[in-house]
Design a protein around this ligand. Structure first.
Ligand code: G6P
Length: 609
């Protein structure tokens, strides 16, 4: 949440910052701003709204210079407003700061600073940083010493960058808990929450660790540890491709990412399957430990939590391991009992979700080993886990997760097969049967995508419905949860997902001709039970929208709207059934005039608890 970017070099800083902020907009987009040293003085431009609003502000009131900082905000302390937008400044507007994270002791610090005569204009926690630095500068020899003295006073998670009028060639920074990366280009230096903000200009990167702070000029980087000792830093080549950040001709990233799913699945297959052998070359956990694991606890949030519920079904089916799944924000507070050889699996697209990270800390404090499934392998979660598995989904920009979800499902399934082979629970023949079905998935997803126009029509017909119910069972119970979440997230339509069996215990009371029910009813082991659910809705004159398996005639006959997916085995159905529901939420958002890539109040990477 919140994205920060900073630049010092030879280019015109306003345009560099704007490009970076557009790339970081997925981290928050309720207001944005920049601070630039222009003619020896700090100039600030801020705007409520999206980066395009800031761009307009800069067009009307231009700034020029070669050094500056920028911010895109997801409000935590203080409503979205121009005043609360970053950058924030000290009393004399000589120091400007952009901040990502939360300063937990800001009330106390603010009170102390007020007693010393500091006046605050915003309601944010962030504004205390420039004022604290200002106070420290009264006795320090310069900004480096002032920063060193300021950081220990801040409690919470943060990364921030600072420019200072009196030292106009340097950007100062600190990281503790929120991501920050340094990027090096030709005669230019960048700092940003995410490397996507600095490519293709930056060619090399250095990922800062918690507790590190320092300063950059256009050609130098100096990093210090918590004790003020300068640390070595070796730069690494940036591997991200700028092409991945384009919309590739699609109107929205979300649609592009939905359509990328066949290729994502192909990539996972070609990297992870060799004959009947499943490969996880990046796996850092010893084989004998993995063979010994007797219990798995999965912790994740949002869409990743839904993937985790399906992961539990895979582990129990193929590895016969008792598996629990917990929402990350609940896991850490429930005092989880870790006994024997328990392994904690954290699932996260971004690898930065604060709740999931806190769950990892909890697990480690109980001496559990942590394996994470992450899309961003350079993320904090990947680094803080004992081992990670790369989802191989490619960069996901749309706030609503789509391709990362199906990548999570396939990687969880493959890892359950991998564990089953380590534990001698499956034969190569059994694995081969499953692999044959997995290999057919990309084409089947393509078949589903060819039906997008049919889903678009549904959205036209159903766009005014105010409530939806989603029903699914077994492997597709999480599909119902995920389908409902997608609709809420980007179309702002109320939707609730239920296990089909729970329907009669309450939700059935909601059925009316006003409330469409989306029934996920592929031909699996529990198909007859889903048919009973559909009958129950029909008997109460509810509108039925269904996802069924091609060749089935019963379900489409009972439905007002129905969509066929190709035949597959039960465990793979959730990878196919979710795709029409992703498309449905997308087209509903478009029909309702919502912005699918940037839903209100949400952020892609939730770095606050
Ligand atoms: C946010 C996003 C969701 C995502 C969740 C977990 O709420 O809007 O799309 O599923 O975070 O994110 P993670 O990166 O940990 O998978």
């Amino acid at each position: 949440m919140c994205g920060i970017v900073a630049y010092v070099g030879e280019k015109s800083v306003d345009s560099v910052l704007l490009v970076g902020l557009i790339r970081l907009e997925y981290r928050g987009y309720d207001s944005a701003g920049v601070a630039v040293i222009d003619g020896g003085e700090i100039e600030i431009r801020k705007q409520l709204g999206k980066i395009r609003d800031l761009e307009e502000e800069l067009r009307l009131h231009p700034v020029s210079g070669n050094i500056g900082i920028g911010h895109t905000r997801w409000a935590t302390h203080g409503e979205p407003s121009k005043i609360n937008a970053h950058p924030h400044v000290d009393s004399h507007k000589k120091i400007a700061v952009v901040h990502n994270g939360i300063i937990e002791n800001y009330h106390l610090l603010r009170h102390e600073l007020q007693k010393l005569g500091h006046k605050f204009v915003s309601e944010t926690d962030s504004e205390i940083i420039p004022h604290l630095i200002e106070e420290e500068l009264k006795t320090a020899s310069g900004m480096v010493e002032a920063l060193k003295n300021t950081i220990p006073k801040l409690e919470g998670k943060f990364s921030f960058t600072v420019i200072y009028e009196n030292e106009p060639d340097r950007i100062f920074f600190a990281r503790n808990g929120s991501p920050l990366v340094y990027g090096k280009g030709k005669n230019e230096s960048f700092l940003a929450s995410d490397v996507s903000a600095v490519i293709p200009a930056a060619k090399e990167e250095f990922r800062l660790d918690n507790g590190q702070w320092g300063w950059v000029t256009k050609n130098e980087l100096h990093v210090f540890d918590e004790n003020g000792k300068e640390v070595d830093h070796s730069l690494e080549e940036i591997k991200m491709n700028a092409m991945e950040l384009d919309k590739g001709g699609f109107e929205h990233y979300m649609l592009k990412e939905i359509y990328e799913q066949p290729d994502v699945i192909r990539r996972i297959i070609s990297n992870r399957i060799d004959g009947s052998t499943i490969l996880f070359p990046e796996m850092a956990l010893p084989l004998d430990y993995q063979g010994r694991v007797t219990r798995i606890i999965i912790t994740s949030a949002g869409t990743s939590w839904h993937a985790g519920i399906i992961g539990k079904l895979y582990f129990e089916k193929y590895v016969k391991i008792a598996t629990e799944v917990d929402i990350s924000s609940e896991f850490r507070y429930r005092n989880p009992i870790a006994e024997g050889d328990s392994m904690v699996i954290a699932i996260s697209q971004s690898g930065e979700t604060a709740d999931t990270l806190a769950g990892i800390h909890e697990a480690k404090s109980k001496f559990c080993r942590v394996l994470s499934f992450v899309n961003n392998v350079n993320s904090t979660i990947a680094r803080e886990s004992d081992a990670f598995i790369s989802l191989m989904g490619g960069v996901e920009i749309g706030v609503a997760s789509t391709k990362a979800y199906t990548a999570q499902l396939l990687n969880l399934l493959l890892y359950s097969m991998y564990l089953s082979s380590i534990k001698w629970l499956s034969t190569p023949e059994e694995r081969s049967e499953l692999i044959t079905e997995i290999r057919a998935l990309p084409e089947k997803i393509e078949t589903v995508l060819k039906g997008a126009d049919q889903i678009k029509e549904w959205a036209k017909e159903l766009k005014d419905a105010k409530d939806f119910i989603f029903l699914g069972r077994h492997f597709n119970h999480p599909t119902a949860l995920e389908g409902a979440l997608k609709l809420k997230e980007i179309s702002y339509v109320h939707a609730s997902g239920y296990a089909g069996g729970e329907f009669k215990h309450g939700p059935i009371a909601l059925i009316s001709s006003e409330v469409p029910t989306v029934c996920i009813a592929p031909q699996t082991e529990i198909y007859p039970k889903m048919v009973s659910n559909i009958e129950e809705v029909k008997a109460r004159k509810g509108r039925i929208v269904s996802i069924y398996t091609e060749g089935d005639t019963k379900v489409p006959e009972m439905s007002e709207f129905s969509f066929a997916i190709p035949k597959t085995i039960d465990v793979l159905t959730p990878i196919l059934t979710i795709i029409p529901l992703q498309l449905f939420s997308y087209y509903m958002a478009v029909e309702r005039g919502c912005e699918p890539d940037q839903p209100r109040n949400l952020a892609k990477s939730v770095t606050v608890e």
